[in-house]
Unconditional design. Structure first.
Length: 267
């Protein structure tokens, strides 16, 4: 798709826009970066042999959708810029055309940044995906935050209900596999890696660098200590506090969580 075609799609959708730069600039992949809540910007990345898609080291932005107030700082740095009043809504129009069936459904009240989004992803209002997590380092009498440089990678058909937070990695990726579902108010810490088909009830806290296998069930109010591993098909009961690794195919419950004698997860 070319920048001029993206501008045409917005016009058909009734979105007033202005195109600055090269109208023939092509793009074929996307990576959203929301800069703040109102004045956000979206980079659409050119995919070719010279410029790998999305996360390759040589990737460069080819099209930016942003507000007119933010556009000036990018002129001359990005080949094509489309200015609109509501960049997130404009991004949704272009993304749907680019991907066709299977485009992500991201609420305009969600914040999604530093994130690669799979197909058929649903993100409800007041979620925050791709922000920094807590990384406090003491220096003398001061406590300093370590800036994060990683990303979040969401697989296909992931669903995030309201108030869910997924932190980007300090380095590398926080990964959520295909077909995972998160209830309201969940928190996934930086650098965690989650397999496929996780079912996560409300108010679950997954601390940083946890590893969760496929087909795991986490009940409401579960807390996983930092660095915990949970095996495939494990079931963690409501309110459990997990402070050590959980093997595959077991049911655990309690504070601290213990394996229930003779229990086997029912799937």
């Amino acid at each position: 798709m070319r920048a001029i075609e993206a501008a045409g799609l917005l016009a058909k959708a009734g979105v007033a826009s202005s195109l600055i730069g090269d109208p023939d600039m092509e793009f074929g992949e996307f990576r959203p970066f929301w800069q703040g809540v109102a004045g956000c910007a979206v980079f659409l990345w050119r995919a070719s042999a010279s410029y790998p898609a999305m996360d390759g080291p040589a990737s460069v932005p080819s099209l930016l959708i942003t507000t007119s107030a933010l556009a000036a700082q990018f002129v001359g740095k990005i080949p094509a810029i489309i200015t609109v009043a509501a960049p997130r809504a404009a991004f949704a129009v272009v993304q749907t055309a680019l991907l066709g069936i299977g485009a992500a459904q991201i609420s305009p009240l969600a914040v999604v940044e530093h994130c690669l989004v799979g197909r058929d992803v649903q993100i409800e209002p007041f979620c925050h995906v791709g922000g920094d997590g807590l990384s406090a380092n003491r220096t003398g009498n001061r406590q300093l935050h370590t800036p994060h440089g990683g990303i979040v990678r969401l697989g296909d058909r992931v669903r995030l209900e309201s108030m869910t937070v997924i932190e980007r990695a300090v380095m590398g990726e926080t990964v959520v596999g295909d077909d995972c579902q998160f209830g309201n108010g969940n928190n996934v810490g930086h650098g965690s890696v989650i397999g496929k088909r996780l079912a996560c009830a409300a108010r679950v806290i997954i601390c940083g660098h946890c590893e969760i296998g496929d087909d795991v069930r986490l009940g409401a109010g579960v807390v996983l200590r930092e660095g915990t591993r949970v095996g495939d098909r494990a079931f963690v009961g409501m309110g459990a506090v997990v402070v050590r690794d959980v093997p595959a195919d077991v049911v655990v419950a309690g504070n601290p969580a213990r394996i229930l004698k003779g229990s086997v997860a029912p799937w």
